[in-house]
Design a protein around this ligand. Sequence first.
Ligand SMILES: Nc1ncnc2c1ncn2[C@@H]1O[C@H](COP(=O)(O)OP(=O)(O)OP(=O)(O)O)[C@@H](O)[C@H]1O
Ligand SMILES: [Mg+2]
Length: 112
Amino acid sequence: MKMIIAIIRPEKFEAVEDALAEKGCIAMTVTEVKGRGEQKGIKLQYRGSFVEVDLLHKIKMEIVVEDEMVDEVVETICRNARTGKFGDGRIFVVPVEKSVRIRTGEVVNGEN
Ligand SMILES: Nc1ncnc2c1ncn2[C@@H]1O[C@H](COP(=O)(O)OP(=O)(O)OP(=O)(O)O)[C@@H](O)[C@H]1O
Ligand SMILES: [Mg+2]
């Protein structure tokens, strides 16, 4: 199992969510976050002067899937979250050791 952590533009969330649902990828955790990448925020022109924004609003999606689903989920996120401009986001893939469904006590081990 892997956790796919995707930081994307808020305005791209709906397209990503719909595309993932079409592939049967439903379960996820979604959080509104602030962050910055390699450009360390951006400079916006506001009423004629430049204003530095240190941290930008993003959406963080956390999705745990079996290993064989990882490439498809990552590609789907990339395809639907991309504008080609700075700040499109990043995806991190992290190993997951274990998952427990609280209702039933069902345990899924990471190597499955
Ligand atoms: N190294 C990192 N560690 C943790 N979060 C990161 C990292 N890089 C980017 N992020 C998160 O991803 C968001 C989007 O980053 P961004 O797309 O600007 O990355 P980038 O590497 O600067 O790429 P680009 O050059 O396309 O802008 C950031 O606001 C931050 O939340
Ligand atoms: Mg950036």
